[in-house]
Design a binder for this molecule. Structure first.
Ligand code: SAM
Length: 212
């Protein structure tokens, strides 16, 4: 998702108390920022943040951090929060390439990847957030036994993502090729913006839950 450049977005983000600036300095101390010892869950490539916002409202005893590369997109998430803030949700504007610099070993409980960019060219496979390269980065801060949850309507990307798991030592716990019609996995599912859009035109949604 790359919205048209929104004038002033960077300035709004720079001033927002809901955005963590210089997140590398918080590494290992996220519980102090949230002022509690609740588990920490993150979404990488959060987009406009609907999913994480609803998760945070539903689960006040979990801390959430949403990561988004583009200011114009993150701005939309901030606008939602300004209307009705939740204390257990913060944002970072960054490219996840360097995500291991932001969280310490075993600091993160769960990672959500929703409708991640497919990077269709083979030579760009390393940029996919479900590639073995990214999964190995996640090892550096995801708890042993911590989970990665991935949703997409892109079947090719999903097959690729499943094939990457053994190379990085992750174990599949649950897999579905039609989330919305999978009784157990559909239960309590919160839809993302992309999920709403693609399921409304009839695309089945694939999902995996894997364990480190
Ligand atoms: N997760 C949202 C959803 O399901 O509605 C947005 C999906 S959108 C296709 C992918 C989002 O991931 C975009 O907003 C994009 O800017 C962001 N993104 C892609 N690669 C990223 C990266 N390396 N670091 C941070 N954000 C990234």
């Amino acid at each position: 998702m790359r919205l048209r450049n929104v004038p002033g977005a960077r300035e709004v983000i720079a001033k927002s108390p809901m955005v963590v600036h210089e997140p590398e300095k918080i590494k290992g101390n996220w519980n102090k920022i949230f002022k509690n010892d609740h588990p920490l869950q993150i979404e990488i490539g959060m987009g406009k943040g609907k999913f994480l916002y609803e998760m945070a409202k539903k689960n006040p005893d979990i801390n959430y951090v949403g990561i988004e590369k583009y200011s114009s997109v993150l701005l939309r998430a901030l606008q939602r929060m300004e209307e009705d803030p939740v204390p257990n949700l913060l944002f970072i504007r960054m490219d996840a390439e360097n995500i291991e610099q932001v969280f310490a070993r075993e600091e993160v409980d769960r990672i959500y990847l929703n409708f991640s960019d497919p990077w269709p060219k083979d030579r760009h496979a390393k940029r996919r957030l479900t590639s073995r390269e990214f999964l190995k980065r996640y090892d550096q801060f995801l708890k042993k036994g911590g989970k990665v949850e991935f949703k997409t309507d892109n079947r090719g990307l999903f097959e690729f993502s499943l094939e990457e798991l053994p190379y990085a030592g992750y174990e599949a716990l649950k897999i579905t090729y039609d989330l919305h019609h999978d009784g157990e996995m559909a239960l309590g599912n919160i839809m993302t913006e992309y999920e709403e859009r693609f399921s409304s035109i009839g695309n089945p949604i694939c999902k995996y839950i894997v364990k480190r």
